[in-house]
Design a protein around this ligand. Structure first.
Ligand SMILES: [Fe+2]
Length: 305
């Protein structure tokens, strides 16, 4: 048959909801990862100023939604920071409550600015939020926030929402009756990890995994880099997001990105991008990745050359 006489055949295939495997418009497999996501940087100073403005017109009833999502700047993306994770800057003003809810996506926060008296209630436990703390709310745990101080608190949220959306296993539930869940316990909790304590004293280079096994989709690593040090990371299938806790970090990533990050700044480094972190001063960094997800699925790989 000549091609022009095949038009009715192909339109019939379409009507039958078939696509011919021999004439696909784009391939479905390729030799090595071709990530659509890009390395990108977000600045806390810019977020802080924009959130301060938002505080004037986003009401207290929407405090839990007063956040700025770090949207990876690729065509068609409206939400995700990397393929499986999303990060956002959030603020809760002094005296405000962010109502309790729970959802199947797992979440964590890195606290940037908060005075004693800002806390998250996780399954009834009062979990303090102080600068440098990592606060966890694993999948389906109740959580709400309260800021009893006279100053706005700022933090970075990280969640696996893009992955949960992909699986369609999304559930969300507001706390019965609304408001904040009552506090039933306080004190030490596995849901709060102060980064300085986890890294210990000294200024030697260190990479410490925290909260191991608590969230099946997310790995958390604290990195300590002394002044003058450099850490190189090869191409792997892991998607990384880094947030600077203290000091200053110079990131270079395949594709030409070279940026210096201050405390609170964030960089997304999608999979299959070799990258390096140089520390001009003593620096601590939180790395948030989807490594456990890829490992569990047998998809964790590194470049062999
Ligand atoms: Fe939440």
């Amino acid at each position: 048959m000549k091609h022009d006489t095949l038009a009715p055949y192909y339109s019939e295939l379409g009507r039958l909801k078939f696509s011919p495997g021999w004439a696909r418009p784009e391939p479905s497999m390729w030799p090595a990862p071709q990530p659509k996501f890009k390395p990108a940087v977000w600045r806390f100073a810019a977020a802080r100023a924009a959130l301060d403005q938002a505080s004037e017109f986003v009401p207290v009833e929407q405090a839990e939604r007063r956040n700025l999502i770090m949207v990876n700047p690729i065509e068609g993306n409206l939400y995700a920071t990397t393929r499986n994770l999303v990060a956002a800057y959030q603020c809760v003003k002094g005296g405000e409550t962010a109502r309790t809810h729970r959802h199947t996506p797992a979440a964590l926060r890195l606290v940037l600015e908060a005075k004693p008296g800002t806390f998250t209630v996780v399954n009834g436990a009062r979990v303090e939020m102080l600068p440098g703390d990592v606060v966890l709310t694993p999948s389906w745990s109740w959580h709400g926030h309260l800021n009893e101080t006279d100053q706005t608190s700022f933090w970075i949220d990280f969640l696996d929402i893009p992955f949960v959306q992909l699986t369609e296993a999304m559930f969300f539930e507001p706390y019965p009756g609304g408001g904040l869940e009552p506090i039933t316990s306080s004190g030490a909790t596995p849901f709060r990890i102060p980064s300085a304590q986890a890294l210990g004293s000294g200024r030697d280079a260190k990479l410490v995994e925290i909260a191991k096994g608590i969230m099946p989709t997310i790995a958390l690593h604290l990195m300590r880099q002394p002044a003058g040090s450099r850490v190189d990371t090869p191409k792997t299938t892991t998607n990384n997001i880094y947030a600077v806790i203290s000091g200053e970090a110079r990131f270079t990533a395949e594709g030409g990105l070279a940026e210096t990050l201050a405390p609170g700044d964030v960089i997304a480094v999608p999979c299959w991008h070799a990258h390096a972190v140089e520390a001009p001063h003593d620096t601590t960094i939180l790395r948030v990745s989807d490594a456990p997800l890829l490992e569990k699925l047998g998809l964790a790989r590194a470049a062999t050359h």
